[in-house]
Design a protein around this ligand. Structure first.
Ligand code: CP
Length: 323
């Protein structure tokens, strides 16, 4: 029987990053601190480094992506790595090659890190179990289960704008049942010690009762929003809903769309987050998405910095193990 994946090495450093489950809060804080060193002001030249000089990073995405794929590519390039982007739907996978044969093929080309996005639960961990000792695997989003670097960049954004996590109420709104972003946010923010996580969704978009331990559940958006410090909006994950989307979009938007009037129920200094891609006019109005409380573009900027932090940490851990 396959042993559970050890994503940290004997000294507690990351070898892989497949999930935030069980990840130490101290390590999350360390990654956030490292990421902050890679941030710069809009208009300034991007920060570069050479932590990945000589390394090769392969992005294997079998689901669409704008932010995650582009930010992993930029993160790797800015740290000095060679990068290969494989569009899995245009690769030999469509001719019947298994993912592990694709991985072994790229491993033979001296790939050191695989970033994998896949709709099939368990694929990322399975690959991590089978790669060579010198190879690392990072999830770029796994089915509805996990999006660890998104969870970390969301935590970084909250830390920057709120100064920490204590006493914060975070309200997550929308299709939580099908959301890997919400699951990774729950892992990160619970570990980091927020005061309260609230889930707001219609019944068909609420996760099973055994999930999201400790969170308070609301069907009323207005009740879930009252006094919130952070409002995290999610899109309806149509690609993960079997059959047609059951919800009347107009009705959904009326009850669960974030408007400026509704946002006034949260704290005056509440921030509005969205992992993207947004469906403007459905879960969020343009007035809110582009408004003064929105930190959506900050999340994108933090995404590159956090992915640089994860890659640099993994490379440093490898060098320590080798020395
Ligand atoms: N947030 C996120 O994962 O966006 P992409 O699907 O564009 O990568």
């Amino acid at each position: 029987m396959t042993q559970p994946l050890q994503q940290v090495d004997a000294s507690g450093r990351l070898r892989h990053l497949v999930t935030l489950d069980g990840l130490d809060a101290g390590l999350m804080r360390e990654l956030m601190a490292r990421a902050r060193a890679y941030l710069c002001q809009p208009g300034q030249l991007a920060v570069h480094g050479d932590d990945l000089r000589g390394w090769t990073v392969a992005n294997l995405f079998s689901e669409p992506s704008t932010r995650t794929r582009a930010s992993f590519e930029l993160a790797a390039l800015r740290l000095g790595a060679d990068v290969v982007n494989l569009d899995v739907m245009l690769s030999s996978r469509v001719k019947g090659e298994s993912i592990i044969d694709t991985i072994y093929t790229l491993e033979a080309m001296q790939v050191n890190v695989f970033v994998i996005r896949d709709a099939q639960p368990g694929i990322v961990e399975s690959v991590a179990q089978q790669v060579g000792e010198h190879v690392s695997v990072i999830s770029g989003g796994e089915a509805h289960i996990s999006h660890p670097t998104q969870g970390l960049l969301d935590a970084l954004t909250i830390q920057q704008l709120k100064g920490g996590f204590d006493n914060l109420t975070v309200t997550v709104v929308g299709d939580i049942r099908h959301s890997r972003v919400a699951r990774s946010a729950h892992r990160a923010l619970t570990a980091l010690g927020i005061a309260e996580l609230r889930l707001v969704a219609p019944e068909e978009m609420m996760p099973e009762s055994h999930e999201f331990q400790g969170a308070r559940r609301f069907s009323s958006f207005d009740e879930g929003l009252a006094g919130a410090d952070v409002v995290m909006m999610l899109r309806i994950q149509k690609e993960r809903i079997a059959g047609s989307v059951p919800t009347d979009i107009g009705r959904y938007s009326e009850h669960y769309g974030l408007t400026a009037a509704r946002l006034a129920r949260a704290k005056r200094d509440a921030i509005v987050m969205h992992p993207g891609p947004m469906n403007r006019g459905v879960e969020i109005t343009s007035e809110v998405a582009d408004g003064p409380q929105s930190v959506i573009r900050r999340q994108v900027a933090n995404g590159v910095a956090m992915r640089m932090a994860v890659l640099a940490h993994i490379a440093e851990a490898r060098r320590r193990r080798a020395s």
